[in-house]
Every structure is written in C-alpha cells, then in structure tokens.
Design a protein around this ligand. Structure first.
Ligand SMILES: Cc1cc2nc3c(=O)[nH]c(=O)nc-3n(C[C@H](O)[C@H](O)[C@H](O)COP(=O)(O)OP(=O)(O)OC[C@H]3O[C@@H](n4cnc5c(N)ncnc54)[C@H](O)[C@@H]3O)c2cc1C
Length: 400
C-alpha cells in the first residue's frame, strides 16, 4: 500500500522547520503548527549562532554528530542563503580554556587519515594575532569550515517550500489516535486577536497519520501533560546573549571570524542598523527563565575577558553603557547524554508519533542531519547514521 504522505509538525523552530523540509523534499505535504504567530519564536530566535564541530580527541558521539551535522547545515546555507548577509563561512577559532581540556592529551595536527583532517587544525600565529592573542597555545584550534549563521534566515528558507504550510497561533493542546481512521487527531487552540476587543481563541482540529513533536524546551511538558509519557530526562538551559552595534573605530580590531570555547564571540555581522557583535551565551541549567539580567551581561563579559582579553578591553566602554548593550534570552532543551532525541517515540504504543528535540547548544549544527534521520524513520528507510549514534539519540527505549 502506498504511504500516506501527510505529516503535521508541532513547533516552528529549527527542529520543526528542518523536519518539515526533509519530508517536503521527499514529496510529503507538511503542516507546521506553532503557538506563536511566526517561526523562530523560542530558542531558534537567537539572533546569531555558530556552526562548528565539537572537537574531542577521543571522537565522542557529539563530535561525530556535529562533524556530520554541520555538512548538512552548510550545504543548505550555500544553496539557499546569502553569504555575508545571512551566514558566513568565516572559520572558527576554538579556544580550549576549560581545566578539563588541559588535562586531556594536547591536540596534534591531524594527519590525512584522521577523521579530523579537513575539520580541525592547530591555530596559527596569524589567526591568533587577528583575535588579539599573542601566546601560542596548542589548545587553540582552527576550524576552517566553521561558520556563523542567522537562524531566522535559515528557518525561513527551510519553510519556503510549496509542500509546507506554516500555521502560526496554533497551539496543540491535546492529541489522540483515532480508532476509526488510525490517524493522530490534534485539538488546537487557535489564538486570535480582534482589534479593539483584545485577544481570544477558538478551537480547531487537524489530523494526519504522522506527527513530529519539535517543541523545544516545552517538550518535557508536552510529553507529560499531553501524552502522559515520561519526559526522557529532558531539561531546560536558559541562555543570554549580549550584543551591540559595532563602533566603526573597532572594525580593524575585532576578529573577522567566530571565536568559540568559553562562550563565543562573533563580530562584523551585518544588520539593518549596521555591523553588530555578539557575545555569550550564559548557560543556566534547569532554568527556563527568559528574563534579561545584568548578572548575565556581567557573566558574559567575564568570560569574554578570558576568551579574548584584548577584545573585551576594546568593548569595555560600550559594555558599561546600558543604552548601547542589548540582550537576547532563550531556553535550550537538553538531554542527559547531551545528544538530541530523534526518532519514533514508541513504535508499538504510539505508532506514527516522532520526536526531534533536545538539540541543546548545537541545534543549528545538528538539526538538518537529525531531521533526515526522523524522515528516514517515518518512511521506514535505513538511516544514514551509524547504529551507535542512532541508538544514542533514540527516544523509544522499549525497542532498545
Ligand atoms: C542563547 C542561545 C544560544 C545558542 N547558540 C547556538 C549556537 O551558537 N550554535 C548552535 O548550533 N545552536 C545554538 N543554540 C541552540 C539552538 O538555538 C537550539 O538548539 C535550537 O534553536 C532549538 O530548536 P528547536 O526547534 O528544538 O526549539 P525552539 O526553537 O525552541 O522551537 C520550539 C517551538 O515549538 C513551539 N511549541 C511548543 N509547544 C507547542 C505546542 N503545544 N503547540 C504548538 N507549538 C508549540 C514553540 O512556540 C517554539 O516555536 C543556542 C541557543 C540559545 C538559547
């Protein structure tokens, strides 16, 4: 029997958009529902992100996933985004400043037969000097393929497909499988705003044989309260980015590539108001707050002072001026093993229900690859990822 190629995706962030696109490119008709009016209303609304791989000498699963994942993000960006405007393959200087990194074996320049060969090099004196750093440290790495990207541009491009319809102000409140049709039926609170009468809502329903839950930091609540399922140990991590418009006098001083390692720093990013720099983000485990705080700004500055002392010095005056320092706060969703959750929720009890969540701090790097894994699962195809990696990300522990 031909597969019924209709799917509903709950969540219009990078996870939902990437799943919708992976399916739409395969011929599926996809509806993307989100509580908010527009895509990128939550974590994916971060104004800027770094796309790079997690470098580990033992090549742990997060390294394998990010190395493979960034190839998907970069390939899509090359095809659909404007280089220099929406993203830039600027390279990433990765400073390994944590105590734990020093305790590990120092990096050797990867040889041609190493999995790291085209991904990681030792940073050279010129790169360090361009970041205002003088001492050479073998813990400083250079990722030539690394990039910065604007998530909103990426998500809009992913959703821009004839087979995808985005339905904003559609909050999924309830869902169950219809015994009559075998399809998932979603009860949706449709938020409406009536001029001069304030906001109100109506209820509608949508149904499809396949549903993907891509609800970011709201996934644990969605699993508990809508599906009465365990939350898989998913937890929120709040983060604040500090950013400012770049004074032209600092153009020659600020690095033209992204710097990562103890928070991150990216400058020379074009915005409608001129070039901007971004620094952060904070990392507040088990915290779902979206409040801007001065403490978080201070913490970002302290970490920038360690990551790039000369750059922190150059930005001190601007950082102390509340009027020219801006903030963005969002909440990541993370899992216990720091890997995404991707795949069917429970093939026996909840057939047709899939998840892509817990993208943590690397969602822009891994979402497009993970979405292919979810789409492969929906189509019953053999996934392109190794068994070990797939198992490390699976939701359906009954089939482990
Ligand atoms: C401060 C910060 C900095 C970051 N920096 C980077 C970086 O440099 N590089 C990188 O790769 N990643 C970075 N990330 C991580 C990345 O942004 C996230 O991993 C990613 O955006 C998560 O996407 P998502 O689609 O899973 O969740 P979200 O973007 O949070 O989307 C979930 C969506 O689901 C919707 N939703 C929830 N419940 C319902 C419901 N019941 N019905 C309908 N809709 C619902 C929400 O409205 C929301 O729009 C950063 C994150 C933060 C917070």
């Amino acid at each position: 029997m031909a597969l019924d190629q209709r799917c509903i995706v709950i969540g219009g962030g990078i996870a939902g958009a990437a799943c919708a696109r992976a399916l739409a490119d395969r011929g599926w008709q996809v509806k993307v529902l989100d509580t908010a009016g527009d895509p990128c209303a939550a974590a994916s609304g971060v104004p800027l992100g770094v796309v790079s791989c997690h470098a580990s000498p033992d090549d742990n699963p997060l390294s394998q996933l990010t190395r493979a994942g960034m190839q998907y993000t970069l390939a899509f960006a090359r095809q659909h985004l404007i280089h220099g405007q929406d993203w830039s393959q600027s390279g990433v200087l990765e400073r390994r400043l944590n105590e734990a990194d020093h305790a590990k074996k120092p990096w050797q320049a990867p040889t041609e037969d190493s999995v790291w060969f085209s991904h990681v090099q030792l940073a050279d004196a010129q790169q360090l000097s361009a970041a205002g750093l003088s001492s050479h440290n073998s813990n400083d790495l250079w990722q030539p393929q690394g990039a910065w990207i604007k998530p909103l541009a990426l998500v809009r491009a992913l959703l821009s497909h004839d087979n995808i319809s985005f339905m904003g102000l559609h909050e999924v409140e309830n869902m169950q499988k219809s015994a009559a049709t075998g399809e998932w039926q979603l009860r949706i609170k449709h938020h409406i705003s009536i001029p001069s009468m304030g906001s109100s809502h109506t209820y509608t329903t949508e149904s499809a044989p396949h549903v993907v839950i891509a609800t970011g930091a709201q996934t644990p609540d969605f699993l508990n309260q809508v599906l009465y399922e365990p939350d898989m140990g998913l937890h929120p991590i709040s983060g604040q980015v500090s950013w400012g418009l770049q004074p032209p006098a600092l153009d020659p001083v600020l690095p033209r590539f992204a710097v990562n390692g103890h928070g991150s720093f990216v400058a020379h990013v074009p915005t409608s108001d001129g070039h901007a720099w971004y620094s952060g983000a904070t990392f507040e485990r088990n915290n779902a707050s979206t409040e801007v705080s001065v403490k978080a700004h201070d913490h970002n500055f302290e970490r920038l002072s360690q990551l790039l002392p000369a750059i922190a010095g150059a930005l001190t005056v601007q950082w102390q001026d509340q009027a020219s320092l801006n903030a963005w706060v969002g909440v990541r969703c993370a899992s216990v093993n720091r890997l995404p959750k991707a795949g069917p929720l429970n093939e026996q009890r909840l057939a047709g229900l899939h998840v892509l969540s817990a993208l943590g701090s690397r969602g822009l790097t891994t979402a497009l690859l993970c979405a292919q894994l979810v789409a492969d699962g929906i189509e019953g195809k053999t996934p392109t990822l190794s068994d070990a990696l797939r198992k490390a990300m699976q939701c359906d522990l009954d089939s482990a």
